[in-house]
Design a protein around this ligand. Structure first.
Ligand SMILES: [Zn+2]
Length: 229
């Protein structure tokens, strides 16, 4: 039987401005929690993911969460940043050019740039997977709707915590065969198992406190420069 590894497909670092996750701590927490592949998906930047990749190349996948004019995209194996504010088609074209894997996060969560069904249907043929579990969705029904939508259409599914603080890291993850490229990931998702639970109200409070402290913390920048040096 093929051995399965655990992958976390959605998390943020201090390069996202709304996250308190410092890179070294994020990597250490991922390793501690048995995560073997960690896609770092900061908002509209890959600088944090690139810095993390240097520190732990076998763990980190360089990703990005990109705000387009119709909703957000998640991308993995990104080598060139795609800026926010483009049409979804243009963002997808730029990602395809560099061979990235493309997914859609928190598909129906209107609170967080969720997609209108007509826009979604238009880009679906160009997308590799749907995020059907996001631990930060306030209601389980939003994830269930995404999962049903994907299952009805036979679309590959991924999951992530969307961790903006370490409290949340790993709450959503995928068990799947080992992979190290977009094509291997596409193949591995055929036998993937989605696991996850929503952030509890207490964890939500802790996460907000950590994110707030992270923003105030004067050492934040120096930590980043240590990572880069
Ligand atoms: Zn996110």
């Amino acid at each position: 039987m093929t051995e399965l590894i655990r992958a976390e497909f959605h998390c943020h670092t201090v390069y996202s401005h709304d996250s308190s996750n410092r890179i070294q701590q994020l990597i250490a927490a991922a390793r501690e929690r048995g995560i073997a592949r960690l896609a770092i998906t900061d908002h509209n930047t890959i600088s944090g993911a690139l810095a993390a990749k240097e520190l732990d190349p076998s763990l980190v996948i360089v990703g990005e969460e990109i705000l387009t004019l119709s909703g957000e995209l998640l991308a993995y194996y990104v080598s060139k940043v795609v800026p926010k504010g483009l049409s979804a088609n243009e963002a997808i074209a730029r990602l395809k050019e560099q061979g990235a894997f493309i997914a859609i996060p928190h598909v129906f969560d209107r609170r967080r740039h969720g997609w209108r069904v007509e826009d979604l249907l238009q880009i679906l043929p160009f997308v590799d997977a749907l995020e059907v579990f996001n631990a930060r969705c306030l209601a389980g029904s939003i994830n269930r709707r995404a999962r049903e939508f994907a299952q009805e259409r036979g679309l590959p599914m991924i999951a992530g915590s969307d961790a903006h603080s370490l409290v949340e890291l790993g709450l959503g993850s995928v068990l799947l065969p080992e992979f190290d490229s977009p094509d291997e990931l596409r193949a591995a998702l055929k036998t993937a198992v989605i696991e996850g639970r929503l952030v509890s109200p207490l964890e939500h409070l802790k996460a907000s406190a950590l994110i707030g402290l992270g923003r105030l913390n004067p050492w934040k920048k120096s930590d980043q420069s240590t990572v880069r040096s």
